[in-house]
Write a protein that binds this ligand. Structure first.
Ligand SMILES: Nc1ncnc2c1ncn2[C@@H]1O[C@H](COP(=O)(O)OP(=O)(O)OP(=O)(O)O)[C@@H](O)[C@H]1O
Ligand SMILES: [K+]
Ligand SMILES: [Mg+2]
Length: 688
C-alpha cells in the first residue's frame, strides 16, 4: 500500500504492543478469550496464595508458588502481546493512511455546471448528494461519482501507484476517492458518502482491525478449544478431593496443592493456540493489506484458500477498460459523411467512455468532411447493460448503436433486414478482439464502429499459475462470442461466457455454488455488482464503480485481474497456519502430561515412577518447568503466527500429512527437550 508502512515489525510497533499487552489485562477484555481467561483466573488465585504464604497464613511452598504465579501472569501477558503486535502492524498502516486524510476546503456548487455559483466549505461538512468542483492540483474532498468532466487523478496516496489514472463521467471509471488529487483539467463530482463513512475511513477501520469479526471457522475452533479446556477443568477439580481421599486411604504422600492443580490445568489447556488464534487472523488481514488488497471480511480471506472457480469481467478487469473508437466502417451503400453524421448523433449525449470516444473520432473525421450537427430536441436513450445499446430519438427517427445482436433484433423488429455484409464486418472486428458497435437508423443498418481495448500486461502467464493452483478461470463479458473468444485466447483464460447480462453473471455463480464450488469473482462495473455480492470471494477493482466496490468483500488497489493468486495464497497460508499451530499446541500437551502427572502423584502412587520417563529433578521443578515452557512457547511462536507458515504448492492431502509430521511430531518432541532443559537450569540455580 504505497506509503503504508510495510515493515514487518519496528521499534514503535514493539513499544506500542508492550503497552497494549498491559492494557489488555482488564477483566472484560480477558473474558473474550475463554481459554486464556482460565489462565487469568489461575494467575489471580496463585497470586493470592503467594501473598498468604508469604505471611505464613498458609503453609505453601512460597518460592514455588511465587514462580508459578509470575509465569502464569507472563502467559497471559504473552497472549496479549501476540494480539497487540498483530494489531500494531495494522495501526501503523492506519496512521499513514490518516496522513492522506486531510481536511480541505471544497468548492460546493449550487448547480451542476462549471459556471455555477459556489461556496467554499470544509470537506468534513460535505454531505451525500452535494456537488463539488475539483480543479487541477486540488484534493478531491470526498468519495463520489464524476458527473461531468474527464481528468487525470493522482491516487498514489491510496494505491501507492504514482502514474495518474483517468477518471471520467458515465462509465465504469466514474468513481473517485476522497484524499486523491486531480492532476489536470477539472471534475464535477457528486458526493456519495458522508464524512466519516468514506472509503479511506473504512480502510483505516479495516487495517486497524476494528471491524474484524470472528469467522465461522475461528468460532468453531474456539468452541472446540473451550470444550477441551472445560474437560481439563473438570478433571483437575476432581483431582483435589481424589488426592485427599487417596492420602487418607494410603496414609502416605501429601494432598496436591491448589497451585499445582492450577499449573496442571494451564499446561493441559490448549493455551498456545488459544493465545495465538486471533493474531493469526489479524496477521492474515495485514498480509493482504501489504499486497494492496483491502478485505472487509475475514471469512472471504479463508474462503479464498479453497476457491476453485474464478470469474472475471472482461472490460476494465482483464482489459484496461478504455474501449476507444478507432475506426468507422460504413456499409457499401452508405457514404462516410452520412455514417459519421449518424454515429455522432447516436453518441452526442452518451456519457460513457465509449460514447465520448466516438464523438471525438467523429469530430476528427468532420474536420475533413466539414459536416455540422444541427438537430432540434434530441431525446437521448442511455446505454444499459441489459439492452446493450444506446442512441438518440429525433422526432420519428430512432438512431441506435450497440452490440450486433441487439441491433439485429432492433432492426428486424422495425421490419428491416440485417445485411450479411454487416455480419462480415462485425466478425472481422471481433476476431481481432475488438468490440464492434453497429449503428442503425430505424430499420436501416448504416455501418459499424470499431472499439479497441488493450489487455492488461502479463495476465496470460498469471492465468497459467492459477491453473496450476487448481483454479479454473472463466471470463464473462457483455461482448459478443467472437470478441470474447479472441480476448479469452489472448488472455489465456480457461473458458468464457459471452453476451452476458448482469443476471447471467449472477446465475453462473449460483450454478457453480450449487455444484459445491467456491467461487471468486473479479469485476469493476455496476453491472458486476449483483454477481460480486453473490460470490464467496469478490474482488472489486479500485478503478471500478462505487457499486462494485460496495458489493465486493475485497478491493484491489492495483486493479489487477490476477491479484487473486496472492489472495488465494494468503488464504491458504492462513488456514495452514491455524491448522499447524492447533496441531502443535495439542501435541505439546502430551509431553506436559508426562512432565506433570508423575511428579504430582508419585507421593501417593509410587508405581507412577514408570511414567516418569523425563526424570525431572523434583516435583516442584517439573511443574515449574512445564509452566515456564508453556509461557515461553507462546512468545516463540508469535513470529510464525504473524508471518504464517511457508506456503508450498502441494495437493491438499500431501500438505496435510507434511504438516502433521512437522507440527504434530515436532509438537510432541519439542516440549520434552525444552522442559528437560528448563528443569536442569532450575536445579542448577537451586544448587547455587
Ligand atoms: N455506450 C454504449 N452504447 C451502446 N452500446 C454499448 C455501449 N457500451 C457498450 N455497448 C455494448 O454493450 C455490450 C455490453 O457492454 P457492457 O459494458 O455491459 O459489458 P460487460 O458486461 O461489462 O462486460 P465487459 O466488461 O466485458 O464489456 C458491449 O459489448 C457493447 O457491444
Ligand atoms: K497449555
Ligand atoms: Mg464491465
Amino acid at each position: 500500500m504505497g506509503d503504508l508502512n510495510k515493515t514487518f515489525i519496528n521499534k514503535d510497533i514493539l513499544k506500542g504492543a508492550t503497552k497494549d499487552s498491559i492494557k489488555k489485562l482488564d477483566f472484560k477484555n480477558q473474558l473474550k478469550n475463554p481459554v486464556m481467561f482460565i489462565v487469568y483466573v489461575g494467575s489471580i488465585i496463585t497470586s493470592i496464595i503467594s501473598v498468604l504464604s508469604i505471611f505464613n497464613i498458609t503453609n505453601d511452598n512460597t518460592p514455588f508458588t511465587i514462580t508459578i504465579s509470575i509465569f502464569l501472569w507472563s502467559t497471559v501477558l504473552f497472549a496479549n502481546f501476540a494480539e497487540a503486535i498483530a494489531e500494531g502492524r495494522g495501526k501503523a498502516q492506519a496512521s499513514s493512511l490518516r496522513a492522506a486524510k486531510k481536511d480541505v476546503l471544497a468548492k460546493k456548487l449550487k448547480e451542476c455546471n462549471i459556471d455555477s455559483e459556489f461556496e467554499m466549505i470544509p470537506s468534513n461538512l460535505l454531505k451525500k448528494g452535494d456537488i463539488v468542483l475539483v480543479e487541477a492540483n486540488n484534493q478531491i474532498p470526498a468519495d463520489g461519482d464524476v458527473i461531468e468532466g474527464v481528468a487525470s487523478v493522482d491516487e498514489s496516496a491510496i494505491t501507492g501507484e504514482s502514474a495518474p489514472v483517468i477518471r471520467e463521467s458515465g462509465g465504469d471509471r466514474c468513481a473517485v476517492t476522497g484524499g486523491t488529487t486531480v492532476v489536470s483539467d477539472y471534475l464535477i463530482v457528486k458526493v456519495t458518502s458522508n464524512a466519516g463513512e468514506s472509503f479511506l475511513d473504512k480502510m483505516i477501520a479495516m487495517v486497524e482491525g476494528a471491524q474484524r469479526k470472528k469467522t465461522p471457522n475461528e468460532i468453531a475452533l474456539q468452541t472446540l478449544l473451550i470444550a477441551l479446556t472445560a474437560i481439563f477443568l473438570v478433571v483437575t477439580i476432581t483431582l483435589y478431593p481424589f488426592s485427599r481421599f487417596a492420602v487418607n486411604q494410603n496414609g502416605v504422600g501429601s494432598v496436591v496443592s491448589i497451585t499445582s492443580l492450577v499449573a496442571l490445568l494451564v499446561c493441559l489447556a490448549p493455551t498456545t493456540i488459544g493465545a495465538l488464534l486471533s493474531s493469526i487472523g489479524i496477521a492474515g488481514m495485514s498480509r493482504l493489506n501489504n499486497k494492496n488488497v483491502l478485505a472487509t471480511s475475514g471469512r472471504a480471506i479463508e474462503a479464498a484458500g479453497d476457491v476453485d472457480i474464478l470469474l472475471l469481467d472482461k472490460t476494465g478487469t482483464i482489459t484496461y477498460g478504455n474501449r476507444q473508437a478507432s475506426e468507422f466502417i460504413p456499409l457499401k451503400n452508405v457514404d462516410m459523411e452520412e455514417f459519421v453524421y449518424y454515429t455522432e448523433l447516436s453518441s452526442t449525449l452518451d456519457e460513457t467512455p465509449e460514447g465520448r470516444s466516438i464523438v471525438i473520432l467523429a469530430k476528427k473525421k468532420k474536420a475533413i468532411n466539414g459536416n455540422y450537427l444541427d438537430v432540434k430536441n434530441p431525446e437521448f436513450v442511455p446505454f444499459s447493460a441489459k439492452t446493450r445499446m444506446s442512441g438518440t430519438n429525433i422526432g420519428q427517427d430512432k438512431i441506435r448503436k450497440g452490440a450486433a445482436s441487439a441491433i439485429k433484433e432492433f432492426v428486424e423488429n422495425m421490419g428491416g433486414n440485417y445485411p450479411k455484409e454487416c455480419d462480415e464486418i462485425v466478425e472481422s472486428i471481433s476476431k481481432k478482439g475488438g468490440t464492434p458497435l453497429v449503428v442503425c437508423k430505424n430499420e436501416k443498418v448504416l455501418g459499424v464502429i470499431y472499439l479497441k481495448d488493450i489487455l492488461k500486461k502479463g495476465v496470460s502467464e498469471k492465468f497459467n499459475d492459477l491453473r496450476k493452483m487448481g483454479i479454473k478461470t472463466i471470463m464473462i463479458t457483455g461482448d459478443n462470442p467472437l470478441t470474447a473468444a479472441a480476448i479469452a485466447a489472448e488472455a489465456g483464460v480457461d473458458d468464457f461466457l459471452a453476451e452476458a447480462t448482469p443476471k447471467a453473471k449472477l446465475d453462473l455463480i449460483h450454478e457453480y455454488q450449487r455444484k459445491g464450488h467456491l467461487v471468486a469473482m473479479t469485476g469493476d462495473g455496476s453491472n458486476d455488482a449483483p454477481a460480486l455480492a453473490q460470490a464467496d470471494v469478490a474482488v472489486a477493482m479500485n478503478t471500478g464503480t462505487q457499486a462494485a466496490k460496495e458489493a465486493g468483500n475485497m478491493v484491489d488497489l492495483d486493479s489487477s485481474p490476477t491479484k487473486l493468486i496472492e489472495i488465494v495464497k494468503i488464504g491458504k497460508q492462513l488456514l495452514m497456519t491455524r491448522g499447524a499451530l492447533t496441531t502443535f499446541s495439542i501435541a505439546n500437551d502430551i509431553a506436559k502430561y508426562f512432565a506433570i502427572i508423575p511428579p504430582l502423584f508419585i507421593g501417593i502412587y509410587p508405581q507412577l515412577d514408570k511414567l516418569n520417563i523425563m526424570n525431572l529433578s523434583s516435583p516442584e521443578s517439573a511443574i515449574m518447568s512445564a509452566v515456564i515452557y508453556n509461557a515461553l512457547v507462546i512468545i516463540a511462536l508469535v513470529p510464525l503466527a504473524l508471518k504464517g507458515v511457508k506456503y508450498i504448492e502441494l495437493p491438499a492431502s500431501k500438505l496435510l500429512s507434511k504438516n502433521l509430521m512437522i507440527y504434530g511430531v515436532g509438537g510432541i518432541i519439542t516440549p520434552f527437550i525444552f522442559i528437560k532443559l528448563i528443569d536442569m537450569l532450575i536445579s542448577m540455580i537451586m544448587f547455587i
